[in-house]
Design a protein around this ligand. Structure first.
Ligand code: NAD
Length: 471
């Protein structure tokens, strides 16, 4: 049983002023594995004051100093890689395969930031002016539970690159993961107050960050609903916002694709991170006249997907993070059936032998219409909807008929054709014939999937304010 009863302010682990506690429950067994003492408004204000005091010196650091800090952070996080993976499996229920990849992404955020920083000009000549890109100030970072340390590392690495200081509020459900990453980052030896980490609830700590006048920008990753609340409140103090929100990503299987290759990729895209991924490809658009072929391949691929204990090396899908999330996914599966979609595989209830945890049967619906709620709303579990199309134009139309626009996928044996289709999809990132990530390229959403971009030079610019100087 792990009791997390400290938060991190001004370079030290301190007891919070807040006294409320939150139970940490294993998603695999639903047994209590720890508790976290939650910070309150006073703690948040203390963290903001500390970040504000640190800003004066930190905003004036040189590129070389920031690179040295990023390198120290990288080394400190890398040293505890195995523990970081293990705690993600234990607390969040991430399958070992995913936890390993996610932790490696978190670690690589620092070298990626260094590379970006080395090639970035903070002073530019535009017209007959000098433009200085200056640090925005104190940045509030609010993160979700589905890859907690990855978000903390990438946002913080960008803030350090920009010369900003930070107050971080992770999900209260990620407290054990947060504790470990905080210990790593503390070890890196940054100046006091440059980053502060406050455990707490969204409506308490998150709301205080959102309303406080000394926070210049919020970088938020989470649901579209909460993102809208933050954006509305942030405007009172004219905070800059970067919002990384939800998705309902389309995956277009063009008729010339190699289905034997494309279907396993489509299933992996739908079920990544146990389906709890903003970028999950949850709408598979297939040519109507090849549905039978698709059905057979999908069935055999999903039958081979392993649901089970997240610590097992061969597990593809672990438990949902909480009972609430499990129930939400179950409700959507029942809704899909009630809406008239047909179950191809999976369905309600838990897989046999996995009754103790929040395990879901990997589920695929066919006969889905794009106006059904299962095709429009983010389910955040291993549930795939297959939708048929008649022509390429119709496939693009269905792909774009969504409020979201985070990611899309296209499969084709003709790369030129796939690129032409990709160009017509309203999404922040389109993956052709593969699943991968580019840490230097911009990431973020069109439409209600967000505002702004993260990563690389595009991400760095959102932590800076341009100042034009005319002599
Ligand atoms: P959430 O929106 O419920 O919570 C995210 C964070 O916001 C948490 O730290 C929470 O405590 C905080 N919060 C809640 N209410 C708040 C308020 N009123 N003011 C300020 N902060 C508040 O999201 P979640 O359930 O933790 O995560 C799942 C969601 O995150 C999904 O919708 C998913 O698509 C999205 N997500 C998006 C991306 C992306 O990069 N676009 C990545 C991962 C997850």
């Amino acid at each position: 049983m792990k009791a997390i009863d400290q938060i991190y302010i001004n370079g030290e682990f301190v007891s919070p002023h807040g006294t409320a506690t939150f139970d940490l429950i294993s998603p695999s067994s639903n047994k209590r594995i720890g508790s976290v003492t939650l910070g309150d408004e006073t703690d948040t204000q203390n963290a903001i004051a500390s970040a504000k005091a640190a800003l004066k010196n930190f905003s004036n650091t040189s590129k070389a100093e920031r690179i040295a800090y990023l390198q120290a952070m990288h080394d400190a996080v890398l040293k505890r890689r195995d523990e970081l993976i293990a705690v993600m499996v234990q607390e969040y229920g991430a399958p070992l395969q995913f936890a390993t990849m996610s932790t490696d992404h978190a670690i690589s955020a620092f070298p990626s930031a260094i590379e970006t920083l080395k090639n970035f000009d903070f002073v530019r000549t535009v017209g007959h002016s000098k433009v200085r890109l200056e640090p925005l100030g104190v940045v509030g970072m609010i993160t979700p539970w589905n890859a907690s340390n990855g978000f903390i590392c990438s946002k913080l690495a960008t803030a350090i690159s920009a010369g900003c200081t930070a107050v971080i509020k992770p999900s209260e459900m990620s407290a054990m993961q947060t504790q470990l990453i905080t210990e790593c980052l503390h070890e890196a030896g940054l100046p006091k107050g440059v980053f502060n980490i406050v455990n707490g609830l969204g409506e308490v700590v998150g709301a205080e960050i959102t309303r406080h006048k000394d926070i210049a920008k919020i970088s938020f990753t989470g649901s579209t609903l909460v993102g809208k609340t933050i954006a509305r409140a942030a405007v009172d103090t004219m905070k800059r916002v970067t919002l990384e929100l939800g998705g309902k990503s389309p995956n277009i299987l063009l008729d010339d694709a190699d289905f034997e290759q494309a279907i396993p990729i489509a299933i992996a895209a739908a079920y990544m991170n146990s389906g709890q991924a903003c970028i999950a490809g949850t709408r598979l658009l297939v040519p109507e006249d090849r549905l039978e072929e698709v059905k057979n391949l999908v069935k055999s691929t999903v039958a081979a997907v392993k649901v089970g204990a997240p610590e097992n090396e061969d597990t593809n899908i672990g438990p949902m993070v909480s009972i609430k999330q499990y129930n939400r996914v179950q409700d959507y599966i029942k809704l899909g059936m009630a809406e008239g979609a047909e179950l191809l595989i999976g369905g309600p209830g838990k897989p046999e032998g996995l009754e103790a945890g929040n395990f879901v049967k990997p589920t695929v619906f066919i006969q889905v219409k794009n106006n059904m709620r299962i095709a429009r709303e983010e389910i955040f579990g291993p549930v795939l909807s297959i939708i048929t199309y008649k022509t390429e134009e119709e496939a693009i139309e269905i792909a774009n008929d969504t409020d979201y626009g985070l990611q899309a996928y296209v499969s084709s044996s003709n790369l030129e054709r796939a690129s032409t289709v990709a160009a017509q999809i309203a999404a922040g990132r389109v993956l052709i014939n593969q699943l991968s990530h580019d840490p230097l390229a911009p990431f973020g959403g069109f439409k209600q999937s967000g505002i702004g971009r993260e990563f690389g030079s595009y991400g760095l610019e959102t932590y800076l304010e341009p100042k034009t100087i005319l002599v």
